[in-house]
Design a binder for this molecule. Structure first.
Ligand SMILES: [Zn+2]
Length: 183
């Protein structure tokens, strides 16, 4: 069976940027996803199309095919009051260099990094941490299988026990029933 649309694919890989290892996955913790559903970068998927179990891959994604270039537009000033909890500004959490989970106007979750703590505002950088980086992937295919009808309907994979078993979160969340640290 080869990697193509709607197959569940498990991969292990090492990701390097400028010769430095950024991420390393092994077979105890592979990346598992439904191919062709937009879960991964399109150019990443294009590079593994047609591979089968045991096949190795090695390719580079230029930043424009990965997370793009860092832009000034993604650096914004946010009023300090946004970070107040019960009227108290959170000095511990909101300090230079910390990544803070935020939500945009449409309810999408995104991480911002605190660039500066100013008198009235916080300067935050919402550029992707890998913006501007060329990504070098080297790895192999661990598993390729058919997605179940339920998985395709939900748009995410289910672990061996099926959906809901042993999971606290429900299937309606973006991360899926097994995305919350359980399987
Ligand atoms: Zn589900």
């Amino acid at each position: 069976m080869v990697i193509e649309k709607n197959k569940v694919v498990s991969l292990v890989y090492e990701l390097q940027v400028d010769g430095e290892v950024i991420e390393s996955l092994n077979e105890d913790r592979p990346l598992t996803f439904i191919y062709g559903t937009g879960a991964l970068l399109p150019k990443f998927e294009a590079n593994i199309s047609g591979l089968k179990v045991g096949d190795a891959f090695s390719f580079e994604l230029k930043s424009e095919d990965a997370y793009g270039l860092a832009t000034e537009d993604a650096v914004v000033e946010i009023p300090k009051s946004v970070f107040e909890i019960d009227g108290e500004f959170d000095n511990e959490m909101v300090k230079e260099g910390n990544a803070i989970p935020m939500m945009d106007g449409e309810g999408n979750r995104l991480n911002g990094v605190v660039v500066a703590v100013n008198a009235e505002t916080i300067t935050m950088d919402f550029n992707h941490p890998l913006a501007g980086d060329d990504l070098s992937f080297k790895g192999s295919v661990v598993e390729v299988r058919e997605a179940s009808a339920e998985e395709l309907e939900h748009g995410h994979i289910h672990a061996a026990g099926g959906c809901g078993e042993g999971c606290n979160s429900d299937c309606s969340s973006d991360e899926g029933c097994c995305g919350g640290g359980c399987n």
